[in-house]
Design a protein around this ligand. Structure first.
Ligand SMILES: [Zn+2]
Length: 349
């Protein structure tokens, strides 16, 4: 039974459970807004669509923060973190001190506990949703809607603001470096060490520097709005309710501190605290006969000796070329033309 806007509103202010409302509206939800009354100031809350909610404290703020999760539907731990922050903010248990846009990327994929329904959402940003056949499925339309939500959020905040976008994920496979972040290509602008200190406080000390434009959500915000943006991988995928939330405690505490102006407990940047990598080879699957030559359960950041045969794509062979070169995000079952494997190599800032 479809609920009226009044019923949606009543339900949300009663239990603060925006995640459940989102999951019961897979692709769209009517917009509505309300205010949370606070001790010092009120906070305007705008539900813009399913999985899209903005908090605007009615006081002086300096940051516009986007926290996105469920761009891959089965990556549950970050969803639970965001759902809890949203709930606490609506119920008045925490008071936000910065403008925040929360996004649950792909509710329909969440409901089937899959990465995506038809197409990987995190390959559809920066306009990729409208190329190669255009807006031909719901994920492509969703990518465009999410882009619009981020654009409206940053632009309505104004240009001289501190813009952040942390796109929160968990990886499909175990990782030697359990948590890591991809720092999108900055077109020659310097990498920001203060941002790396923030990530370290979140428990993330492995950083992967990207050297080319991509169709990910974080690159979209970085490139279009000058946001400090990252794809943050917080551990391994598990079903809802089965996450060991102690693993995510640092991330949760630091993200909460960021938006409530508590002390984030940042430590000064020291390169020795980090493992920094850059992308070396991007290996696409172009043939039906595509094989990865390492165990199915190989962990992200596993390295192999120089010369090791990593993959064959029909007749083409891909070998390890550099000392310390390691695999990341292997997936032999991607569609033809898609990325099946990245390799990374150690680097310095
Ligand atoms: Zn993901």
């Amino acid at each position: 039974m479809t609920k009226t806007v009044e019923q949606l509103h009543a339900s949300l202010i009663n239990d603060g459970d925006f995640l459940s409302l989102t999951r019961s509206h897979e692709w769209h939800m009517p917009a509505f807004e309300f205010e949370v009354v606070g001790a010092q100031y009120n906070t305007k809350v705008s539900v813009l669509d399913t999985g899209i909610i903005v908090f605007e404290p009615q006081t002086q703020t300096t940051k516009d923060v986007v926290l996105s999760c469920a761009v891959h539907g089965n990556e549950t731990a970050p969803i639970e973190i965001c759902a809890e922050l949203i709930q606490q903010a609506i119920l008045g248990n925490i008071t936000l001190s910065q403008r925040v846009l929360f996004l649950f990327g792909n509710p329909a994929a969440m409901n089937i506990a899959e990465r995506f329904v038809e197409e990987n959402l995190n390959r559809l940003f920066s306009g990729a949703h409208s190329e190669d056949g255009g807006l031909k499925n719901k994920e492509r339309i969703r990518a465009k809607d999410l882009e619009n939500a981020v654009r409206d959020f940053f632009e309505s905040g104004g240009s001289d603001r501190d813009r952040k976008h942390y796109d929160l994920h968990t990886a499909i496979r175990e990782s030697k470096n359990d948590k890591f972040a991809v720092y999108p290509f900055r077109h020659g602008k310097p990498w920001k060490t203060t941002e790396l200190s923030f990530l370290k406080a979140c428990g993330v000390s492995t950083i992967l520097l990207s050297h080319s434009p991509t169709t990910t959500f974080s690159y979209f915000s970085s490139n279009n709005f000058g946001a400090d943006a990252f794809t943050v991988e917080l551990g391994k995928v598990r079903p809802f309710g089965e996450n060991d939330m102690t693993q995510f405690a640092d991330a949760k505490r630091t993200l909460k501190a960021l938006i409530t102006d508590e002390d984030m407990q940042l430590t000064p940047f020291d390169e020795h605290d980090f493992s920094i990598f850059e992308i070396d080879q991007t290996i696409n699957r172009t043939k039906e006969n595509f094989v990865l030559h390492f165990p199915d359960d190989a962990k992200n950041f596993t390295d192999y000796p120089v010369g090791y045969l990593l993959a064959t794509d029909g007749d083409i062979e891909y070998h390890v070329r550099t000392e310390g070169e390691a695999i990341i995000f292997p997936n032999a079952n991607v569609a033809l033309g898609q990325r099946a494997l990245l390799t990374v190599k150690p680097t310095k800032l």
